[in-house]
Design a protein around this ligand. Structure first.
Ligand code: URA
Length: 225
């Protein structure tokens, strides 16, 4: 409900929010950050058009490019990174937000976490091309003087982009959704706490069963095989 309220606020044209840490004027805005609100005529609801699943997903991608509720926050970078994968996937994997490498290649999970995810899928006997890989937030969260460093998206940032992942899942109708990490679980399911406590049971999003599991970055950091 908290995320919904934040999303409603973003839709009703909330003022751009400053980045969290005050920095000197010359560097106050990250180079790639969006400082200006999107035009008022930009629609703030997601609606997929087209006949096939691929066409409907493509129409969402176009809408995401200038998504006013995300842009007006002023805390996200400007390059939109949508999703990748099979429109008929049985499994949809949802991460938190693109990082440095994902922004560069405009594709989710292509950096070290993506390599780990590919390895996990391979070990399961599944190829990357069979699944659909998305993120809750479609823009890389900005930080002052940002280089290759990434940060977790805030609840406001997740709420602003949640309509996309909801509609992507509605179009694909997978058998199962996998939330990658605690932030994705928070954004999708409103859960907080340890992933270890969430991962042993089924959850639900838009009528589709959800499993929560560790984020590949966490597995890399913790040295898990
Ligand atoms: N982490 C995520 O959550 N998503 C990506 O696309 C890359 C890293």
């Amino acid at each position: 409900e908290g995320l919904r309220e934040l999303y409603r606020r973003a839709q009703s044209g909330g003022k751009p929010r400053p980045v969290e840490t005050p920095v000197p004027a010359a560097t106050a805005e990250p180079v790639n950050a969006v400082a200006v609100a999107a035009p008022a005529e930009m629609p703030a609801h997601v609606s997929a058009s087209g006949g096939t699943k691929a066409e409907r997903l493509a129409s969402l991608r176009t809408q995401a490019e200038n998504w006013a509720p995300a842009k007006t926050l002023g805390t996200l970078r400007e390059t939109m990174v949508f999703a990748v994968g099979n429109p008929d996937a049985k499994i949809v994997l949802v991460g938190e937000a693109p990082g440095f490498q994902e922004e560069k290649e405009r594709e989710p999970f292509v950096g070290p976490a993506g390599q780990k995810l590919n390895d996990i899928l391979k070990a399961m006997g599944i190829s990357r091309e069979e699944v659909y890989i998305s993120n809750i937030v479609k823009f890389r969260p900005a930080t002052p003087r940002q280089t290759t460093n990434n940060r977790k998206p805030t609840p406001e940032e997740m709420a602003s982009c949640l309509p996309f992942v909801r509609e992507e899942i509605n179009i694909i109708q997978p058998a199962c959704i996998v939330a990658l990490g605690g932030t994705a679980a928070e954004g999708l399911l409103g859960l907080s706490g340890a992933v270890g406590a969430m991962r042993g049971s089924w959850h639900e999003f838009g009528g589709i069963p959800v499993r929560v599991t560790y984020h590949p970055s966490y597995l890399l950091q913790s040295g898990a095989n």
